[in-house]
Design a protein around this ligand. Sequence first.
Ligand code: AMP
Ligand code: MN
Ligand code: MN
Length: 334
Amino acid sequence: MSPTAEQWAAAVAAVRSAGPDDEVLLICHVNPDGDALGSMLGLGLGLRRLGLTRLQATFPGRFDVPEPYASLPGLDLLVPESAAFADPRLVLVFDVAAESRLGALAGRLTGAPCSVVLDHHATNTGFGQVRLVDPLAAATSVVAEQLLDRLGVPLDAEIAECLYVALATDTGSFKFDMTTVAVHELAARLIATGIRPGDISRRVFDTRPFGAMKLTGEVLGRAVLDPAAAGGRGMVWTWATLADLERHAQPPYVLDTLIDPVRSVAEADVSVLVKEVAANEWAVSLRSKGAVDVSGVAISQGGGGHRLAAGFTGYGEPADVVAGVRRLLDDFLN
Ligand code: AMP
Ligand code: MN
Ligand code: MN
């Protein structure tokens, strides 16, 4: 359920316990998306406004900020994993469903005297000392904004841009089920700081290299429709390899939103995108329109996510990974 009054109070106390000279490390998940980076940097800027100066933000793995997020405010807080404080006084974690998504940085969390986890995954595995995990929140930035409010940090345009990018990405531009009245009210408060949603959306969602378009064409062109899957509700799937990225000279982030055209196929309830991340290792994205709890499928494979959007790491050939998903779907039909 949503965080309790005690958990909010503990989170506020944890932040207030850090003095200006204390090292504070913010961490988000590997291959960061708009919510991971936006909620982390938005809160980081808020902590700076509170007078904390020894602040770092980081994430595990390749130190690559996807182009759509390369002009977020607060990027100066970012350091590569290798440069992150070794023994921070306080660790804050953003949008991380499972400790595995922290890679080697998981040790910073367990080693710190104080840690606060901000998240919104129902599948959150319950790590960290103070847990602000709200499965009813549309994005981790919703939780971040509530913490800033409780800390008495007013929204300004820089913080708002970070939180807005996070909110817009995780709601699919205010289209998904979680897009509640509260989400629109938060968006209104953010926009009231003077940020420009049109400019932000163009930068974040509607600007991709020519090569990315050609790559998208190929990956969508090889999609397979399996009408009998998911108890006859249908599944559509496709895959992208590292060689595909290389052939078009594209970075991995251009595949992050490729599940969207796949999941729009009318003849399928379930959509699957299998993306190669290393030799024989695949990041599997799962989406459902309601027939299947895909988070159940993902958890059974060591991953996580939300009921209608989830993921896990698969191994072997893409067709075999998908065959495995197909078998599991029947166990998680709603
Ligand atoms: P994606 O398909 O990568 O957009 O991810 C969809 C949802 O599943 C997001 O909420 C992710 O945080 C979650 N997710 C994806 N991959 C994993 C994983 N390997 N472990 C846990 N959660 C994941
Ligand atoms: Mn995320
Ligand atoms: Mn999120």
